[in-house]
Design a protein around this ligand. Structure first.
Ligand code: NAD
Ligand code: UDP
Length: 335
């Protein structure tokens, strides 16, 4: 049989997590071979259950703070806990994951001449004083606060990516991901969409932190995976950083009311203290993604929320969701 010349062997570090598992699905659908490397800190095998017997899919238990020697054509680095609750659980490990993980995977990419995508974040802008955020903005980040292990770790990872590019011509792609939601978010991860939906479905109080006037812009997972794959497929000259997210901006209080309505919940809406360094506003300027990748998010918030609610309804009733219960750390995280 002839070998499929367009088939690539692709490493997805952090492939058992929320975004990584959707990317594995997508890459396999496109006919590639996929190797998922994950230490299962926040990721779960359940996220990959549909792929367990797939002939082109492999899982490797691996911590990216250690070097990795495999042979691949492309690398996606998603390995890092993303929710504030998870990344503040062990801040030193979070920093090691971002910085050492980037170093090891860049070293691998350099040796192989492989393209490498970094899942960077809107958190590199910190609590932004420029609105909406463009890629040229350098950010407003507290270097010594509770969020710093994540924000500064991701900033340092970007520095490593650009130094590998300048020094060694590494084939880098840096995407700054803004808040993304959808099926397979962890129900206990403390992020706002999963928290509000689980609270609404269980008729528990919906917890707005602060006055709820802070804003975020929410992107549905399918839209995000599409733009990430487009970025990886783009010409080597397009290295980023490039903002990827949905620019429709909502107050957190608006999100709470919308989720309460869509679920038909009886949950009261209550307020709790705002965590320290919580950004007051966030919205991506996606002009570059539009211009260079011809991409536009398609899924409106209501449609995305309905799909996510349906996922949690199923997951909660079947109790198929398991994983670390870090709820006791919540109080410690709030100022
Ligand atoms: P997630 O927590 O669901 O997934 C992260 C995955 O990385 C998990 O499978 C986890 O087990 C794995 N991991 C963590 N530390 C590791 C280590 N040391 N070695 C190997 N694997 C490790 O989070 P997510 O929402 O899927 O986010 C994926 C990536 O995208 C992260 O790098 C995150 O910073 C970035 N990102 C996500 C968002 C978002 O809104 N979801 C926004 C900005 C950036
Ligand atoms: N938030 C909230 N209630 C919750 C969880 C989060 O009001 O139960 C707020 C949080 O303080 C922040 C916003 O929602 O202002 C988004 O929080 P998330 O943890 O999802 O992401 P990030 O702050 O990293 O954007």
């Amino acid at each position: 049989m002839m070998k499929n010349l367009t088939r690539k062997r692709i490493l997805v570090a952090g492939g058992a997590g929320f975004l990584g598992s959707h990317l594995c699905d997508r890459l396999l659908k496109e006919g590639h071979e996929v190797l998922c490397a994950d230490n299962f800190f926040t990721g779960k095998k359940e996220n990959l259950a549909q792929l367990s017997s797939h002939p082109r899919f492999e899982i490797l238990r691996h911590d990216v703070t250690q070097p990795l020697f495999v042979e691949v054509d492309e690398i996606y680095n998603f390995a890092c806990p993303a929710s504030p609750l998870h990344y503040q659980h062990d801040p030193v490990q979070t920093l090691k994951t971002s910085v050492l993980g980037a170093m090891h995977l860049l070293g691998l990419a350099k040796r192989l001449g492989a393209k490498i995508f970094q899942a960077s974040t809107s958190e590199v802008y910190g609590d932004p004083t420029l609105h909406p955020q463009t890629e040229e903005y350098w950010g407003n980040v507290n270097p010594i606060g509770f969020r710093s292990c994540y924000d500064e770790g991701k900033r340092c990872a970007e520095t490593l990516f650009f130094d590998y590019w300048r020094s060694y011509k590494a084939r880098i792609k840096v995407g700054r991901i803004f808040n993304t939601y959808g099926p397979r978010m962890h129900p206990n991860d403390g992020r706002v969409v999963s928290n509000f939906i689980v609270q609404a479905l269980t008729n528990e109080p919906i917890t707005i932190y602060g006055d709820g006037k802070q804003t975020r812009s929410f992107c549905y997972v399918d839209d995000l995976i599409e733009v990430i794959v487009r970025l990886m497929q783009s010409d080597d000259t397009l290295v980023g950083p490039i903002n990827i997210g949905n620019p429709a901006e909502y107050k957190i209080a608006e999100l709470a009311h919308q989720i309460r309505e869509l679920t038909g919940s009886r949950s009261p809406i209550i307020t709790k203290p705002l965590p320290s360094d919580d950004p007051k506003q966030r919205r991506p300027d996606i002009s570059k993604a539009r211009e260079f990748l011809g991409w536009e998010p398609k899924v409106p918030l209501e449609a995305g929320l309905k799909a996510t609610i349906a996922y949690f309804e199923g997951a909660l009733s079947l109790r198929t969701v398991s994983g670390p219960d870090l709820a006791p750390f919540l109080d410690h995280l709030r100022s």
